[in-house]
Design a binder for this molecule. Structure first.
Ligand SMILES: [Zn+2]
Length: 348
């Protein structure tokens, strides 16, 4: 569904890319296949929706669609015939080749009400291999006056051949302090850096959490995380152990809610390391009835001695850095180390 609320202003971090594309369009040099990518949820669909209207509008003024011409009205009613939208269907987890074939047939003809036609494909990385190949065929010999607006939050999963046919546009992550300010202005509530990190640095997830009072749900995770980290650093076995158990429970809750996999991975890594430190297997046996037991056990088995040694070295390095530099955010540093190790486990 494209954004049909004309009054809603663009997210501030989308304004610059929007204006630059509007300028390209006005000067007739807009690339026919654009791929928008970002690492977090940054509201790319809002940008795509605006571009569709801009491409179709008969009376663009100051880089904005007029909202009144025939095309703007058709878009407002969501019935513009020269706009095709492909996304993962609700009950599916992939974009199928059939969806691309249907598109291909539609593209055989010409525009019905507008010479220019626009295709949006959201989450390109979810296309099956055959769907990506079919799309590639279309992009290799693009029909005249058709604009393809593709988006992905995981560009590494998009085939290189598709990438080579598109102009890639990175939607940059807004600067963290600016983002925190914006979130607080928008919601009238406060949010910390750590809470934002736990929400994958995604402004949309953060605004959703703020508006729906869900920050309280992630705060316990953060508290346990900090508690485990401090106890571990001070070698306070008992408090580290209870923090680890509570952290595991918090992770389990988040896992049930299909939360950010990164948080899951990071926290899991923390538990795994702790588990090795106490005694291999001990913590796992205490979590037997938990849905965490299997992934935890699997990960413990997957970490080889080398990774653990490296991990220990990095932790030592971090301890020295923390001792030398009191301004350093230990938790943030720890996270980046854990992300690195977690990624390696996932790669295996
Ligand atoms: Zn218009």
């Amino acid at each position: 569904m494209i954004d049909t609320k004309p009054q809603q202003s663009l997210y501030p971090w989308l304004v610059k890319p929007y204006l630059s594309l509007a300028d390209d369009l006005a000067n007739d040099r807009l690339h026919h296949a654009l791929l928008f990518h970002s690492s977090a949820s940054l509201g790319k669909s809002q940008l795509l929706g605006r571009l569709v209207k801009l491409i179709h509008c008969a009376s663009v003024s100051e880089s904005k669609a007029c909202g009144e011409c025939q095309h703007c009205q058709l878009h407002a009613a969501n019935t513009h015939a020269d706009y095709y939208h492909i996304r993962c269907l609700d009950n599916k987890n992939q974009i199928s080749i059939e969806q691309v074939r249907t598109l291909s047939q539609k593209l055989m003809g010409t525009g019905l009400v507008n010479k220019r036609r626009v295709v949006i494909i959201e989450s390109v990385e979810l296309m099956t291999e055959s769907a990506q190949n079919a799309l590639l065929k279309i992009l290799e010999e693009p029909p005249l006056h058709v604009y393809f607006l593709l988006s992905t939050s995981n560009i590494a999963q998009v085939s290189a051949t598709i990438l080579s046919r598109c102009f890639k546009m990175l939607i940059e992550q807004p600067q963290r302090d600016k983002l925190l300010n914006w979130l607080e202005r928008k919601s009238g509530k406060s949010i910390t850096r750590d809470q934002l990190t736990l929400l994958g640095d995604s402004p949309l997830k953060a605004i959703d959490a703020l508006m729906n009072d869900r920050l309280a749900q992630i705060s316990p995770l953060l508290d346990q995380y900090n508690a485990l980290y401090l106890a571990w650093q001070n070698r306070e076995l008992d408090s580290a152990y209870s923090a680890a158990i509570m952290l595991a429970q918090e992770i389990e809750k988040l896992a049930n809610e299909k939360s950010n996999p990164l948080i899951f991975g990071e926290s899991l890594m923390m538990l795994i390391r702790f588990n090795h430190w106490v005694a291999k297997g001990q913590l796992v046996s205490n979590l037997d009835n938990s849905l965490l037991a299997l992934p935890l056990q699997t990960s413990v088995n997957k970490i080889d001695a080398l990774s653990l040694t490296e991990f220990d070295q990095k932790m030592n390095q971090l301890r020295h850095q923390l001792a030398d530099n009191t301004g350093l955010n230990g938790l943030m540093q720890l996270r980046s180390i854990m992300i690195e190790i977690t990624e390696r486990i996932i790669e295996d």
